[in-house]
Design a protein around this ligand. Structure first.
Ligand code: NAI
Ligand code: MG
Length: 330
């Protein structure tokens, strides 16, 4: 029996979290879910976005499945996602993007984005210089850069992937992105069997749209990784399909790439697959690799059959119905 902290989150979070729990339950892997609330859901009640009980639960169990959380814009709130990633040093954010039959605009995408998760412009160092001027400080360290690049290469070595591409803008941010590249090159030198390349981020956007099948593993800073992963999601059918893992030394948080989708919250039509595939990554992390593969295969079969898909995938299905067909496929 594994103990896993479950944060259902805001908006569509509780809907996709319930669906995911059912699907993971159907694999037979026994999980004791410790449900704790965070986000807008508790802000009204407690005045805090993350009550102490959430930190306590994470510290006790170290494995978390998390729904999306709405970050109020302005008002002095720091994003919970950013805070958790920094607090638990979840330095590697891993986002696999693959195409499924008959879904999305491309058929041969199979790439993994490794996004640095603790620094860059997300370090939250914004200084108001005057009423009319704000400086947002970009923090890049050699250590964090090496950590994420090493994570990308180690993964590639393990999974027998051929190529790692570092994405940057060192032509403009010569010092910050220059340091990221310096760190990338020094780590790449330890992996002579894996092809290493570098692409500037704006060019990368164009290349990903024109020939996404060319790319294998992409490693990049926090902001570029955030943007590129939504772009990559758009190539293969959208945010409803893309999972992620935030991994540190002794703690991991699994969550979908998407947000709380306020436009469809409460309608019962949210796509649960992104969170379900995040839970499959969690099963891998726990060592339940067979169950993880079974979940991925079931999702693949359901998408291939194209029955009861949710509206984001062009279908007329509901969260409930799609959950049922995935469980049947299992
Ligand atoms: P979003 O990802 O919530 O939504 C973007 C678009 O994709 C919307 O049209 C939405 O309906 C659709 N979409 C997203 N997930 C879907 C799913 N599972 N099924 C079907 N359609 C789906 O991004 P948005 O609107 O920019 O952000 C909303 C809120 O979410 C913001 O407060 C933001 O801060 C937060 N957010 C939280 C994240 C997290 O907790 N990890 C990540 C991204 C955003
Ligand atoms: Mg994002």
């Amino acid at each position: 029996m594994y103990k896993v902290v479950l944060i259902p989150g805001d908006g569509i979070g509780p809907e996709v979290a319930e669906a995911t729990r059912k699907i993971i339950g159907a694999t037979g892997v026994e999980i004791d879910w410790l449900v704790v609330e965070a986000g807008a859901a508790v802000l009204h009640k407690t005045g805090e976005l993350i009550p102490r009980s959430v930190f306590d639960a994470i510290e006790a169990h170290r494995v978390v499945l998390k729904g999306p959380i709405t970050t109020p814009i302005g008002g002095g709130f720091k994003s919970i996602n950013v805070l958790l990633r920094q607090q638990y040093e979840l330095y590697a954010n891993m986002r696999p993007v693959i195409s499924y039959p008959e879904i999305g605009k491309y058929s041969e995408v199979d790439l993994v984005i490794f996004r640095e998760n603790t620094e860059d412009l997300y370090a939250g160092q914004e200084v108001r210089v005057s009423d009319d001027e704000v400086h947002g400080i970009k923090v890049i360290t050699r250590q964090a850069s090496e950590n994420i690049v090493r994570a990308a290469f180690e993964y590639s070595k393990q999974k027998k992937r051929q190529k790692v591409c570092a994405v940057h803008k060192a032509n403009i941010m010569k010092m910050a992105d220059g340091l990221f590249l310096e760190a990338s090159r020094s780590v790449a030198a330890d992996y002579p069997d894996i092809e290493y390349s570098e692409v500037i981020v704006d060019n990368m956007c164009m290349q990903l749209v024109m020939y996404p099948e060319k790319f294998d593993v992409i490693v990049t800073e926090n902001l570029y990784g955030d943007i590129l992963s939504d772009l990559a999601a758009g190539l293969v059918g959208g945010l409803g399909l893309i999972p992620s893992a935030n991994i540190g030394k002794d703690c991991a948080i699994f969550e979908a790439v998407h947000g709380s989708a306020p436009d469809i919250a409460g309608k019962g039509t949210a796509n649960p697959i992104a969170l379900t595939l995040s839970a499959a990554m969690m099963l891998d992390y726990l060592g339940e690799t067979t169950a993880a593969s079974r979940v991925r295969t079931a999702v693949y079969q359901v998408l291939k059959a194209g029955i009861d898909l949710t509206p984001d995938l062009g279908g007329k299905g509901t969260t409930k119905k799609l959950t049922e067909v995935v469980i049947d496929a299992l």
